[in-house]
Design a protein around this ligand. Sequence first.
Ligand code: GUN
Length: 279
Amino acid sequence: MTVLINGKAIAATIKEELKAQLSARPRVATLAVILVGNDPASSIYVNNKHRACEYVGIRSLVMTLPDSTSQAELLKHIETLNQRDDVDGILVQLPLPAAIDSQAVIQAISPDKDVDGFHPQNVGALSMNHTGFLPCTPAGIIELLKRSHIEIAGKECVVLGRSNIVGKPVAQLLLRENATVTICHSQTKNLPHICQRADILIVAIGKPRAIDSRYVKPGAVVIDVGIHRDSAGLICGDVDFNAVQAIAGAITPVPGGVGPMTIAMLMQNCLIAADRHAL
Ligand code: GUN
């Protein structure tokens, strides 16, 4: 029997735990979110983050800026938020309009308010096993595996995708958990063959239903990070769920797998930021 890894339920448990911890704090934690432009997917993500904050008891300030916002204006807003003592976490929703240099924006966020874990200081901390903020989706994947009692140490893990947001950091976290890690990408040769080796296959390539049963070892754990809407209007992941479900040992659904975990980990990072801030 294939196990369905219920990210929605696990995220709900984490949010309950955080809600209890937050209610015991004398000072309310605050997250500031900046959304530039009107990308519909980004608006949905920001809304979901706002709702999660309200649920767990984090004060959420959402700043919506027009598509025409200049980089200088955006940097000025970030600087104000960096200085504000009542703001614990700052998140700038990506992608940004093409005229804005995302790296410059990420680097402008104070590393101790960088609840996305994207600032070079936090990226470096991750790679050196120092304390920093972990990026939310990779941290959510590890938490999903741990809370599903899936052993990571000594396992063959194959990561499909090498993005700064998911592929590279999740590979670092798996390494930290003592897995043997292979990172694959668009120029990897013999991709199905390498994927077949995986005890744990993490897929973050941004291509709807691209990974079918040819890529999966029988009994493997398959984590699907993708989210897309297909031509029929159905939400799907990077993995062809129906094809892979028959062969995998455990698999995350889309929706209801990794997505809710990303938000739960963001809430956790906000609590960590608030606690460090209160010191
Ligand atoms: N866009 C897609 N994923 C993310 C994320 O985790 N954080 C931010 N800020 N933007 C995103």
